[in-house]
Design a protein around this ligand. Structure first.
Ligand SMILES: CC(C)(COP(=O)(O)OP(=O)(O)OC[C@H]1O[C@@H](n2cnc3c(N)ncnc32)[C@H](O)[C@@H]1OP(=O)(O)O)[C@@H](O)C(=O)NCCC(=O)NCCS
Length: 228
């Protein structure tokens, strides 16, 4: 039987449309975003649930990402089905079940704030320009460094150094993305704090130079000129 080309439906991600992103965050109508501050040029896709978090400039989450109590750094790339900071249950109590703290909905008195306050103490922090692969899980309280890569399916239980690549469960470092000299230069340059115009101006270098060459070039410029 001959193959038939199908074209059904519209791609929903805003980057398929040249006018799709702007300073106004693009939040899919099916996403739940509560008690969360969101920066410009961000997008949050279908089915995401983001609670009690900061989601900084240019970060994006593709479908079905769940985030609780986290700071998502600028330019973070968060793939489908990632879960960041899902909560622990009180293992020291006689029961793990949530009736002991979500008591109100069980008609057993007031909720127990102690458990919710305890959970809020374990904030996850993701540095700028991190890439979190499909289906990864970031455990409570973990800090993921600037420019780090989390492999798909990783379970991240410990802090991840800047520019490290981690994979597996529990996640372990398999390599560095850039050498230490380049890392230090990128952390001085802090291109993620540049304006939209500055980023656009530097686009030819982002494309043509590798990380080491880019870092060497912009680190050598005086900081006032560096960012145009
Ligand atoms: C982590 C990642 C970036 C590494 O890519 P890479 O540098 O090309 O690494 P390699 O493929 O050379 O693999 C290096 C080693 O890590 C292992 N590895 C790679 N990715 C892994 C993963 N996600 N989980 C477990 N092990 C992994 C490889 O098997 C290999 O092991 P070996 O040295 O024992 O043979 C990539 O594998 C990955 O997971 N990317 C995420 C993709 C994704 O989720 N995209 C979502 C859409 S944006």
């Amino acid at each position: 039987m001959a193959l038939v080309e199908i074209n059904q439906g519209e791609p929903e991600a805003p980057w398929y449309d040249a006018d799709g992103l702007s300073e106004t965050p693009v939040i899919h109508p099916s996403a739940t975003v509560l008690r969360t501050r969101v920066g410009p040029w961000t997008s949050i896709a279908r089915g995401c649930e983001i609670l009690d978090s900061d989601f900084l400039d240019f970060a994006y989450a593709t479908p079905n990402v769940q985030i609780f109590n986290a700071e998502i750094g600028k330019f973070c790339n968060i793939a489908t089905n990632v879960r960041i900071n899902r909560t622990n249950h009180p293992m020291w109590r006689a029961s793990l079940h949530h009736f002991t703290y979500r008591s109100r909905c069980h008609h057993m008195g007031e909720d127990d704030r102690e458990i919710f306050d305890w959970r809020m103490k374990s904030r996850v922090v993701i540095g700028p320009d991190a890439w979190i692969g499909h289906g990864a899980i970031i455990m409570p309280g973990v800090h993921v460094g600037t420019g780090a890569v989390i492999g798909s399916g990783a379970i991240v239980t410990k802090d991840v150094p800047n520019y490290a690549v981690v994979v597996g469960a529990p996640a372990r470092v398999i390599k560095r993305r850039v050498d230490e000299v380049t890392e230090a230069a990128l952390l001085r340059i802090e291109w993620w704090d540049w304006s939209h115009a500055e980023l656009k101006e530097a686009m030819p270098d982002f494309r043509a130079l590798d990380a080491a060459a880019f870092a060497a070039k912009y680190d050598a410029l005086p900081s006032m000129i560096r960012a145009i």
